[in-house]
Design a binder for this molecule. Structure first.
Ligand code: ADP
Ligand code: NA
Length: 329
């Protein structure tokens, strides 16, 4: 039997950050050795919120370079809008998903806030497009951060309803692969918010392109509290910012919060932040350097994306043709 196929995506709405890396990108790289993988820069998702065309074009190119620098192999990476199967399958799913299901999605509520009426319909139906992204590739494994759990559940609901309505077992169930540590990295400025590209504060996140000095400065300025580090994770229960930094350290060092605290118990955050910054610089500096190198030849990066799209179409188009046949097209 063939190994399960892997699919995941990232929005080219800014430079990928430490949360994207720990929650997703690092695992994408690792899965390539054992699985057939497709990874996507989801530019169609990026226009569900206000955007500028020039910034989107730039972010798509720079995100591609970052992903290649993070170890994604050429031929597996492509841009969503270059593969029309995503839009075609997306429409089928817009007609399968129920409004009641979309009303329960927390990401829409988070992003739309109180001003719901003024957001695009695209933001509202985004989860159906995400289901299409996954199912059009025939993937069954989806490496994502913890914030995507609800979207993966909805993907299975859509797949099941499609199968039921069409009377065939066409789509297989999909499974989220969520990392055990730092599945949800929080903002460096507010332990109650996740680290995100859309956070207006540049101090809230570490970018994969940050210099050693920028990393050290952001960690130094990261919000904490005056207490020393406790001996056990239980001592971090009501200290979200401290817990976040310990979680980041554990994930980056391939360790656990227990082990990290065993090493730093009783120390102040001055010492801990220094060690954390050194660890992050050691891991991220090679990615940053390789991203800059790749961006010296933009034509090459674009060619890699075109080749990835060609490769993806050979997988997505037959699946999408069959799905359209099932609905009566
Ligand atoms: P963002 O919210 O920063 O725009 P995306 O929506 O493009 O990020 O998410 C790309 C991938 O990165 C997804 O798998 C998502 O789960 C993961 N991810 C995003 N933010 C975080 C975070 N703060 N911690 C862990 N994983 C994250
Ligand atoms: Na997100």
């Amino acid at each position: 039997t063939e190994p399960a196929r892997v699919f995941s995506g990232i929005q080219p709405t800014g430079i990928p950050h430490l949360g994207n890396w720990l929650g997703a990108l690092r695992n994408w790289g690792a899965l390539q050795a054992s699985h057939e993988c497709l990874f996507c820069l989801v530019d169609m998702h990026a226009i569900t919120m206000p955007w500028t065309p020039a910034a989107l074009r730039r972010n798509t190119l720079e995100s591609a370079a970052c992903l290649l620098a993070s170890g994604i192999e050429p031929g597996r990476l492509y841009v969503q809008s270059a593969v029309s199967a995503h839009a075609r399958m997306g429409w089928l799913f817009d007609c399968v998903v129920r409004l009641g299901w979309l009303n329960r999605m927390t990401q829409f509520k988070d992003k739309a806030g109180k001003n719901r009426e003024n957001h695009s319909a695209g933001l509202y139906i985004y989860p159906a497009l995400m289901a299409a992204d996954i199912l059009a590739t025939g993937a069954t494994l989806v490496p994502v951060g913890d914030d995507q759990r609800q979207h993966i559940e909805l993907t299975n609901d859509i797949a099941q309803k499609f199968n039921h309505d069409m009377g065939v077992e066409f789509f297989k169930p999909v499974e989220a692969l969520i990392p055990p540590q730092a599945a949800r990295v929080m903002s460096l400025r507010d332990g109650g918010k996740k680290m995100s590209k859309s956070d207006p504060s540049a101090q809230s996140r570490i970018l994969l392109t940050d210099s050693a000095d920028e990393i050290a400065q952001k960690i130094r300025r990261a919000k904490t509290d005056p207490e020393p580090l406790p001996a056990e994770p239980a001592g971090l229960a009501d200290r979200p910012e401290a817990r976040n930094l310990v979680g980041i350290y554990a994930a980056v060092a391939d360790s656990t919060p227990d082990n990290v605290l065993a090493a730093f118990a009783g120390k102040g955050f001055g010492d801990f932040k220094k060690a954390l910054a050194d660890l992050l610089v050691a891991k991220l500096a090679p990615i940053s350097a390789e991203t800059s190198r790749l961006l010296q030849d933009e034509g090459h990066v674009r060619a890699v994306l075109r080749q990835g799209a060609e490769q993806a179409r050979t997988i997505t188009d037959p699946i999408t043709d069959r799905a359209e046949g099932l609905v009566g097209f």
